[in-house]
Ligand binder design. Structure first.
Ligand code: CA
Length: 517
């Protein structure tokens, strides 16, 4: 009897200790000093590729796609209708992690192999010697920009930092290709390349099932090889496991959930494809729609994780994409997305190339179900995220160009639309289409001026009046062009921007304001 009592007593003590320990853990995870931050970045997702409208009216594309978790996030946070990135992967990603404008960091086209430019041959221009090896945590690598990465600063200030998915920061064989060298505690599947060989576990996420022999083979997910699982799902499961590690340690986390989706190859997620086929969409569009819904499920799974672990009140979620939807025809075939009412798509200086879906949920701060037309550009995420993390005293090797948009999130500033935004792309991407080609661009207020390096011509658009950029007002609005070209030229010179040169004469392409003199 005594023995039984003792045993029960002992059990009670053990149980109480377990409750107390787990209670302690819950208390730690529920109220860390700093907020958890999830930066959810989609690849190549267009402004219209969602059932959540980012235009002032719903469009046919909003009816085609099904992204319920983006709608859920928008309902709990703030939607940005004029969020900009650069028009190609690497420039955007380097700007995001460095806070620098592309004109300054000089990683102006996409990166892959060391010392190899991905510029297509151009008939009349030689492209400049840009930073083909990407972004680096050291100054010892040629043709790179040396930076203090965002994740490093967060990590130095107590954050558990997780990289999950596509990296695409630095060339193969450089430290910058591995997110573990850029301040991330954990790197899941990130490396130099900017696309997966395949989204199918049954294909080992490889175009050739080559066991790591192909440059596009996604690394580090071997446990899913040969299994019927989509890459987006595999990454989400791995991210959630990494979040468990972070919450187990009681540290605030920064999760950079950087999906390979919805970049090419356009492959179906069979969990979601049927309803799009039933709608009568053509196969490539239906596959793309299934990838979008697959990505959206990942967002929902992470939101569920946050909720189910009692972290909702202290977790900020930022959602955006790295460039516009790919509307150009690449290697034959049909485009899988269109970005309309915007003009053009990925690779273009037109809105279709640079305007992104963006939502931020900052519990208790952002007004629920709110929307703003305040514009911003991708390098603004760098100072913003550090401010969200309450890190105000930090040093960077690089000069940060981005400006924090926390005042927009707080509702203390209605707009920032009197500042100038800049894009610089002295490169030849390859595909053709409206606004695609070597160019420099300024947006200021309602106006956007694009300066094309090849023929030194201009396009001037009033964006609110002409969102589809169909009316070039360059001939009519001389005064505005002069003003914007001067500001663009001044900016490019101030950051020591690179320009192409003429093959015939060897002369550098003139600055935009020099053309008008
Ligand atoms: Ca991209």
């Amino acid at each position: 009897m005594i023995f039984h009592i003792k045993k029960e007593f002992l059990s009670a003590i053990i149980l109480s200790a377990i409750i107390s320990i787990s209670g302690c853990k819950n208390q730690q995870t529920k109220t860390p000093q700093k907020p958890n931050i999830i930066l959810f970045l989609v690849d190549d997702m267009g402004w219209q590729d969602t059932s959540e409208p980012f235009y002032h009216e719903r469009t046919p594309f909003n009816e085609l796609y099904h992204t319920p978790n983006m709608e859920r996030l928008a309902a709990q946070g703030m939607k940005f209708t004029q969020a900009y990135s650069h028009s190609i992967c690497s420039p955007t990603r380097v700007s995001l992690m460095s806070g620098m404008n592309a004109a300054r960091h000089r990683v102006t086209n996409w990166t892959l192999k060391r010392n190899a430019s991905n510029d297509a041959k151009h008939p009349t221009l030689n492209m400049p010697d840009w930073n083909v090896n990407g972004m680096q945590p050291t100054d010892s690598i040629e043709n790179t920009v040396h930076v203090t990465p965002l994740a490093q600063i967060l990590n130095d200030n107590g954050y558990f930092t997780i990289h999950c998915g596509k990296a695409h920061f630095g060339a193969i064989g450089t430290p910058g290709e591995n997110p573990s060298n850029l301040g991330f505690n954990i790197n899941i599947a990130g490396y130099a390349a900017g696309a997966p060989g395949s989204y199918q576990g049954l294909n080992d996420f490889s175009s050739t099932r080559s066991n790591g022999g192909n440059v596009w083979d996604v690394p580090g997910l071997e446990k899913y090889h040969g299994k019927d699982i989509n890459l987006t799902e595999a990454l989400t499961r791995e991210a959630i496991q990494a979040l468990d590690s972070a919450t187990g340690l009681g540290q605030p986390f920064f999760l950079y959930m950087s999906h390979y989706a919805v970049h090419a190859p356009i492959e179906e997620d069979h969990r979601f494809i049927q309803k799009y086929m039933d709608k009568g969409m053509n196969p490539i569009e239906a596959k793309y729609a299934s990838m979008l819904e697959s990505m959206d499920k990942s967002l929902g799974d992470l939101m569920d994780y946050v909720r189910d672990n009692g972290l909702s009140e202290n977790t900020i979620i930022l959602f955006t994409s790295d460039n516009g939807g790919l509307s150009a025809v690449v290697r034959g075939g049909e485009p899988h997305t269109h970005n309309k009412p915007l003009s053009s798509g990925k690779g273009s200086a037109h809105e279709g190339g640079i305007r992104e879906p963006m939502i931020v949920s900052w519990p208790g701060i952002t007004k629920q179900n709110s929307s703003t037309d305040a514009y911003l550009i991708i390098e603004d995420f760098f100072p913003t995220i550090l401010e969200l993390a309450d890190i105000n005293d930090y040093k960077t090797i690089q000069k940060v160009d981005g400006q924090s948009f926390t005042s927009i999130l707080k509702g203390t500033q209605a707009s920032t639309n009197d500042r100038a935004l800049f894009w610089h792309f002295p490169n030849n991407w390859g595909p053709t289409g409206p606004g695609i080609g070597a160019s420099s661009t300024i947006r200021k207020g309602d106006w956007k001026l694009i300066y094309y390096h090849t023929d030194q011509s201009f396009e001037l658009f009033n964006i609110p009046n002409d969102i589809g950029e169909s009316m070039n007002l360059a001939e009519k609005e001389g005064e505005i062009i002069n003003e914007l070209a001067k500001e663009l030229g001044d900016y490019l010179r101030s950051v020591n921007a690179q320009m192409p040169s003429e093959k015939l004469t060897g002369k550098q392409v003139p600055w935009p304001d020099e053309v008008l003199m």
